[in-house]
Design a protein. Structure first.
Length: 650
């Protein structure tokens, strides 16, 4: 590898096409100098492996990358990614296997409990003999060493939890608590919420997945109540930890949990104990320390002091953080992960929840005879699914399929179900859009007039927010922000966050709102960094309100419907947020979601992006994209190469 790989003919072509950036090439060049590797094909693979985590990938799949590579903006006349001189995959792998920069992993090895939990340094056995080498080739997948270690650690730990012994609890006692605290089983099939509670109470690992409105938060409330009830006659109550990836998701979980608990009809003692269980961000739970918040106080050597850890919005948790979380959960404690596998994956590298839930064609997770017997005894009902030959990850999976938020004829529910059920052809979802368009809950427009009309409707909401804020009505102003939100695929460019925000600010100014004042009443703000001094976290949303003597405060929602008022000078970095990216909207709900897709097809617009956006809405969706852009987005799946699913499912 040369010191300036961008000048190599092979690498230069990929750089001109926008497949590689200068930073990718610079890191690859450094790896080449450190290892003495000078082969252009290896340099190309190294640069792609460096680029992968930046795009959310754990690794680069050498067999598939030529067909799935996404180019960043490139100059005129640049070749398309598929037209580049990609090396032949078998020869490419052979060159990598011979390289001093590459260690070779155990291709095709299915992780099982015998692999065990790694040691404190993360070593996993003889196959890791090339620990000093910066790249790992595992079958067709090339990793940076660090990400290969994360993946192997996580796969081994999850497999051990799923296939290992269950929690030491009497299934009959669990069933008695379930009978006391849950409604009777449904008559028209297995009660999957009851099954999820039984799994969470008796298993070392439980993964509960389901679409919006399928009752994941209700499962959390009922599971926590059951765990507390099981310990009522014991020496102490269980130590319960509730967490989510972001501050906004944690606050939303707290709010939803309080609402769910209120509807359970618990006795005063259980209700009081549940009221003391508060959600935290995963970083706070683990005790982040050091620059970049990538090191934690709790790990395998210093595990959490808990009996159960429940993590909501698990689809947002990246590989590295999930590996560190699982390391920190002590043996004998329960780990429960909840999320929607069909939502967008984490912004950082990995699609952990989707990989753990297994292949899409697995409708019912296969369960071992041991798990089926345990769950039937604890839940008091037959266990759906097929019997597996041996304990495995399928023992841990529970899919919720019954929608409670949306009725059977709801436009949002029908559209979400149609998107989830798509194969390569987007026609079924497009048919639902066409059929429901123009009714009360759904509008589908792609022309500029449609965009202007939808944004004008959003402006009406924000004018009311400004009026409440100017009058000092913080609670009403915050509630107004939940009535409508503009969600965009892009941060910049046409039909982006920046574009929509500019349009809305201009419209507010025309309606008499003094948007020229930096902290004008009604300004919606998004926190963009974590701040321990105020307790604010990246993703929190507030609104500027006027208080006595004309002073300004920023109102943020607090527990139990309360409001926190902070002086602007105390805030960490914030930005105006009448519009936000769809990624940032995860974990939130609004009455009316105004969804802006690009006017022209974009690789960012995917099926998962559309699904995530439309399912943010409680009552109405305005999907602003023409038929061609919508069809292209629904046809495009997010490609997140990793080996986690293969390691767990074989």
């Amino acid at each position: 590898m040369s010191a300036a790989p961008a000048h190599e003919p092979l690498l230069a072509a990929f750089r001109r096409a926008g497949v590689l950036a200068d930073g990718d090439l610079a890191v690859a060049a450094t790896l080449g100098r450190l290892t003495g590797e000078r082969t252009p094909e290896v340099a190309l693979a190294a640069a792609l492996a460096v680029r992968a985590p930046r795009l959310g990938h754990v690794c680069v799949d050498l067999d598939a990358v030529a067909g799935h590579a996404v180019a960043e903006p490139a100059g005129a006349g640049a070749p398309a990614p598929e037209a580049l001189p990609w090396p032949e995959p078998a020869a490419w792998r052979a060159a990598l296997m011979a390289s001093p920069a590459v260690a070779v992993g155990p291709a095709g090895h299915r992780i099982g409990p015998a692999d065990g939990r790694p040691g404190p340094s993360g070593e996993l056995g003889a196959e890791d003999a090339g620990a000093a080498r910066p790249l790992v080739l595992d079958g067709p997948r090339l990793y940076l060493d660090r990400y290969w270690r994360y993946e192997r650690r996580l796969a081994a730990a999850l497999a051990e939890r799923a296939a290992g012994p269950p929690i030491d609890v009497d299934p009959a006692a669990v069933r008695a608590a379930i009978e006391r605290l849950l409604p009777p089983p449904q008559a028209d099939g297995p009660d999957r919420q009851r099954l999820a509670v039984a799994a969470g109470a008796t298993g070392a690992l439980t993964v509960v997945t389901g679409g919006p409105g399928t009752g994941k938060t209700t499962v959390v409330a009922r599971l926590l109540a059951v765990l507390l009830a099981l310990a009522e006659d014991g020496p102490r109550l269980p130590r319960l930890a509730l967490a989510a990836p972001t501050g906004k998701a944690a606050a939303r979980l707290d709010e939803s949990l309080r609402e769910a608990v209120a509807g359970l009809g618990l006795d005063a003692g259980l209700a009081e104990a549940l009221a003391g269980v508060r959600a935290r961000t995963l970083h706070r739970l683990l005790g982040s320390r050091g620059p970049g918040r990538t090191r934690f106080r709790h790990d395998a050597a210093n595990p959490l002091d808990v009996d159960a850890v429940v993590v909501d919005e698990a689809s947002m948790v990246p590989l590295a953080l999930m590996a560190k979380l699982v390391d920190a959960v002590p043996a004998g404690a329960r780990l429960v992960l909840l999320g929607d596998r069909d939502q967008l994956a984490s912004v950082e590298a990995g699609a952990v929840l989707g990989d753990v839930c297994g292949p899409e064609e697995v409708v019912e997770a296969p369960r071992s005879a041991r798990a089926r017997e345990r769950l039937a005894a604890a839940s008091g009902q037959p266990v759906p699914g097929v019997e597996a030959d041996a304990p495995g990850i399928g023992d841990a999976i529970v899919r919720l399929t019954r929608f409670h938020r949306f009725g059977a004829d709801s436009a949002i529910g029908r559209l979400a179900a149609a998107i989830r059920g798509l194969d390569e052809d987007p026609a079924p979802a497009l048919a639902v859009l066409a059929e429901e368009d123009g009714r009360e809950a759904l509008r589908w427009r792609g022309d500029d007039a449609g965009v202007r009309a939808a944004l004008a409707e959003a402006v009406e909401v924000y004018v009311e927010v400004a009026a409440h804020a100017a009058a000092g009505r913080a609670t009403e102003a915050l509630a107004g922000l939940d009535r409508c939100r503009v969600l965009c695929a892009h941060r910049r460019g046409p039909r982006s966050v920046a574009d929509a925000t500019s349009t809305i600010l201009a419209a507010l100014a025309a309606r008499g709102v003094d948007v020229g004042e930096p902290w004008f009443p009604g300004r919606a703000v998004l926190v963009t960094e974590n701040d321990p001094s105020t307790g604010l976290a990246n993703g929190d949303v507030g609104v500027v309100v006027a208080v006595e003597d004309g002073a300004r405060r920023v109102a943020f929602p607090a527990a139990a419907g309360a409001v926190r008022l902070l002086a602007p000078a105390r805030l960490p970095a914030v930005e105006t947020t009448y519009a936000t990216t769809i990624h940032k909207s995860q974990g939130s709900q609004v009455d009316h979601a105004v969804v802006l897709l690009p006017a022209a097809d974009s690789p960012i617009a995917t099926r998962e992006l559309v699904y995530t956006a439309v399912t943010r809405a409680r009552e109405r969706v305005s999907l602003l994209a023409d038929a061609e852009v919508t069809a292209a987005a629904l046809s495009r799946r997010i490609q997140r190469p990793s080996g986690l699913a293969a390691a767990l499912w074989g």
